[in-house]
Design a protein around this ligand. Structure first.
Ligand code: FES
Length: 133
């Protein structure tokens, strides 16, 4: 082993101790970093039309913008039988399977057969990007 390798190993071990200590102590900067990394970027706020919305099928979320700058997010899974909603048109979030429609403003049922509203999801806006919390 060369001196350089020894220093590198000590550095790695020391770095690991810092991470472990922070985890045990509940270090707030570590918590904040973990929180940021758990947020998934959905796209740009400009991807969401005012008065409409966008379905992010892979993330199972639909984001609407009923009025400029006011974003709402809901589960994209229809509460009727679990299809993924596929569009936001004329103020409603629509399911293609049996025709349920939900309000783009609050997720409530506008037209059945669904009986339950779409559950709310949380998104944040950071520098023009939408992040799913
Ligand atoms: S699963 Fe959506 S309306 Fe039936």
């Amino acid at each position: 082993m060369t001196g350089r390798e020894a220093v590198t190993r000590r550095t790695v071990i020391a770095g690991g101790c810092v991470v472990a200590a922070a985890a045990v102590a509940g270090c707030s900067s570590g918590d904040q970093a973990a929180e940021r990394s758990s947020q998934k970027t959905l796209g740009s706020t400009s991807d969401i039309p005012v008065g409409g919305g966008t379905v992010f099928a892979d993330q199972e979320v639909v984001v609407t913008q009923p009025t400029a700058g006011a974003f709402r997010a809901f589960s994209a899974i229809c509460t009727h039988r679990g299809c993924t909603v596929n569009e936001v048109v004329d103020g409603t979030i629509n399911c293609p399977c049996h025709g349920s429609k939900y309000s783009a403003a609050d997720g409530s049922v506008v037209t059945g057969p669904a009986q339950m509203p779409l559950p709310r999801r949380e998104v944040t806006v950071e520098g023009g990007s939408l992040k799913l919390v």
